[in-house]
Design a binder for this molecule. Structure first.
Ligand code: HEM
Ligand SMILES: [Ca+2]
Ligand SMILES: [Ca+2]
Length: 308
């Protein structure tokens, strides 16, 4: 139902405008790539990739973006989408959906920071609903067991290998201290810090996060070695005790995921290929076309403000 040249006639400059907009934004704000990649993933996890995550809350409706877990989404992801939408509305009003903008922005940013290009089908429609309750307890969190994480991804139709490839997104971006502080302070009766951490790494994180309760903005790079480059370093890190989140470390501990960590740590092209395929799969899951959705005029509001 989606096709790569969906906007060829109706908005021929779509791909160029996207590329230009994300490049300018990424240069201005290097955290944009990670922010947008996570925004895309979080959108697609709830009702498919339909820009439901962009809708602003109002007095009558609390939107998905205001679900607790989404409050940590960085504003740079939202901003790059708004910038692209503004330009596209001038070029071809009412034509390009916000969901296609998010998917394309995430793809172009992955490429921009060194990752693989993968072709995207286009023609998604934007959602007609966005409710924070739909997003509660629907995302993976670092305190989950591997059984829980695997159940979550396989229930959405992903294989364990696809899941491991997707989590390779943690090769860029950062996490707030509260997401891994349980591994640093009072970890267990016998260990102050999680023994899975490489000791120097743990010491560095403890120092970084010592005041995180007073300053909740404190955060660490997901990939301590090449934080801004999309590469397979994330997987190499896992083998050396440099996985930041508990679920990252588990990827190397659990026998169901470990073989894929080993594979991607030694074979970057295989990681790139599998990541591209898995991202395309994410990008089409549950997608809305035709009357199931609309092309929003503004990405943060439904066109008919009375419907919600
Ligand atoms: C086991 C599954 C996963 C868990 C538990 C998880 C958890 C997290 C957490 C807790 C953060 C830090 C958020 C913050 O403190 O602001 C984060 C960041 C991030 N996640 Fe994941 N995630 C998972 C899978 C994924 C997948 C599949 C993708 C994309 C395909 C992804 C992309 C990202 C990115 C890019 C960031 C950095 C965000 C930024 O720099 O603003 N994650 N993740
Ligand atoms: Ca969605
Ligand atoms: Ca990296």
């Amino acid at each position: 139902k989606l096709t790569p040249n969906y906007y060829q006639k109706t908005c021929p400059k779509f791909l160029d405008i996207m590329k230009e907009t994300v490049a300018a934004k990424q240069q201005l704000t290097p955290s944009t790539a990670g922010a947008t990649l996570r925004l895309f993933f979080h959108d697609c996890m709830i009702g498919g990739c339909d820009a439901s995550i962009l809708v602003a809350s109002n007095a009558f409706n609390k939107g998905e973006r205001d679900a607790d877990i989404n409050l940590s989404l960085s504003g740079d992801g939202f901003d790059v989408v708004t910038r692209a939408k503004n330009r596209l509305e001038l070029e071809c009003p009412g034509v390009v959906s916000c969901s296609d903008i998010i998917a394309t922005a995430a793809r172009d940013l992955v490429v921009l920071v060194g990752g693989p290009f993968y072709e995207l089908g286009l023609g998604r429609k934007d959602s007609l609903v966005s409710r924070s309750v739909d997003a509660e307890n629907k995302y993976p969190i670092p305190t989950m067991t591997m059984d829980q994480v695997i159940n979550l991804f396989t229930s959405k139709g992903f294989t364990i290998q696809e899941m491991v490839a997707l989590v390779g997104a943690h090769t860029i971006g950062f996490s707030h201290c509260k997401e891994f502080s349980n591994r640093l302070f009072n970890f267990s009766k016998t260990a102050e810090t999680d023994p899975k951490y490489q000791p120097e790494f743990a010491a560095g994180l403890k120092k970084l996060c010592q005041n995180y309760q007073k300053d909740p903005s404190m955060s660490a790079y997901n990939d301590v070695m090449t934080p801004k480059k999309f590469d397979n370093m994330y997987f190499k890190n896992l083998k050396r005790g440099l996985g930041l989140l508990a679920t990252d470390s588990l990827m190397f501990e659990d026998k169901r995921t470990k073989p894929f960590v080993e594979l991607y740590a030694t074979n970057e092209s295989k990681f790139f290929e599998d990541f591209g395929h898995a991202m395309r799969k994410v990008s089409v899951s549950n997608v809305k076309v035709g009357k199931d959705g609309e092309v929003r005029n503004r990405c943060d509001a439904f066109n008919n403000l009375d419907t919600n």
